[in-house]
Design a protein around this ligand. Structure first.
Ligand code: PLP
Length: 380
């Protein structure tokens, strides 16, 4: 089976984890601290705060901005459901924004229209608390345009950079553009700690609040144990921190290989009806996933294609989710097909192909040939 993804774990990673486990110091400690410093320096923010996963990171980000029941948070329509779920978990309301079909990222023009309309009524204006763009599949959303709109109304931006550690626009990295950046170290992302997440920010008060919220509300600056708010246990273990440190040392190598493999796919698909990922000048894609769009004439066949490729021992998947049309949001808010046309289209046409460090050229050829054969076969 050619797997969709295989994490790059080697002996160095295992030894680092074993060392912490044998020490008996298992919960958040020195290694987590070290991991945080490495990420803050790399992303280019003053602070990085490790948490148990990116969903926790997004949740605490909203809480740190005082998002309250009934508030409104603007969010891209095309993402993993965690991105919208955290808004619901604060009892706030997600205002979905459609994507651009070529980058799979939030459409700044549509964002602007919606924000202007919400801010023009005093009833909604005071409830708009945040904007969450996602750097889909490791390719950054258009942050300059998003920030221009957001800054006009002073609305903080939380980057869902779960898939985008190392991605950048110019020389400014994902997670350093908005008020807050959120990262994931789930095994599907470029580097992993099993489960794991990180929050980046330049704001000392936000960093402090998040440090308290992840640790039962304990004051992070006090030498005495002081509980200053009700908090969660959203901590990372120290053996995960150790894994984060060794994984991080391989990040640029992993990104290089992923980009080479992506280029290889691009040249295999060149001249075909398949649409390959866009990478504009100045935008540095880290290819957390390599996602193509199959031809429109095959729009009803995508899931069958995934099954048939699996029968050929090739694991592929959908890109990510059309969040407004998942059962919960569809039923709660009455969304229907056509409300977010580009998200509908991309959701139906997208196909994520195997991509990991050890993927070989022969395997890429095999994937390409099987995909082509199936797409051109009449029964598909
Ligand atoms: C993976 C992912 C998440 C969730 O991350 P976890 O660490 O699994 O909680 C959130 N948003 C996006 C865009 C993701 O890809």
């Amino acid at each position: 089976m050619i797997k969709l993804t295989i994490p790059s774990i080697d002996n160095e990673d295992m030894e680092a984890v074993l060392k912490v486990i044998s020490s008996g110091q298992l919960v958040q400690g020195e290694k987590v601290n070290q991991f945080e410093h490495l990420i803050a320096e790399y992303v280019g923010t003053k602070y990085a705060v490790a948490v148990s996963n990116c969903t926790a990171a997004l949740h605490l980000s909203l809480l740190s901005l005082d998002v309250e029941p009934g508030d409104l948070v603007l969010v891209t329509a095309y993402s993993y459901t965690a991105t919208a779920n955290v808004i619901e978990l604060c009892r706030a309301i997600p205002i979905f924004i459609d994507i651009l079909p070529d980058t799979f990222n939030i459409d700044p023009e549509k964002l602007k229209k919606t924000l202007i309309s919400l801010m023009s009524s005093s009833k909604t204006a005071k409830r708009v608390k945040a904007i969450i763009p996602v750097h889909t599949f490791g390719y950054m959303a258009n942050m300059p345009s998003i920030l221009e709109i957001a800054n006009e109304y002073n609305i903080p931006v939380i980057e869902d950079a779960a898939c985008a550690l190392g991605a950048s626009i110019g020389n400014k990295k994902a997670g350093s553009w908005g008020k807050i950046g959120c990262f994931s170290f789930h095994p599907r992302k470029a580097i992993t700690t099993g489960e794991g997440g990180m929050i980046t920010t330049n704001d000392p008060l936000i960093a402090k609040k998040i440090r308290a919220l992840r640790n039962h509300g304990q004051d992070p600056d006090s030498t005495q144990v002081e509980f200053i708010m009700p908090g969660f246990n959203y901590r990372l273990t120290d053996f995960q921190g150790a894994l984060g440190v060794t994984q991080f040392s391989k990040l640029s190598r992993i990104i290089d290989v992923r980009r080479k493999l992506a280029k290889e796919y691009n040249s295999l698909f060149f001249g075909s009806e398949i649409i390959t990922p866009l990478e504009l000048p100045d935008f540095f894609h880290i290819y957390q996933s390599y996602v193509i769009l199959i031809p429109r004439k095959s729009i009803d066949k995508r899931n069958l294609l995934i099954r048939k490729l699996r029968a050929e021992n090739i694991e592929t998947n959908i890109g990510t989710w059309n969040m407004p049309l998942t059962k919960y949001y569809r039923e709660k808010y009455g969304y229907k097909k056509g409300d977010f046309g580009n998200t509908d289209l991309v959701f139906s046409l997208s196909l994520s192909l195997p991509l990991y460090e050890k993927l070989t050229h022969d395997q890429q050829l095999e994937i390409f040939e099987n995909l082509f054969f199936l797409l051109n076969k009449s029964e598909l």
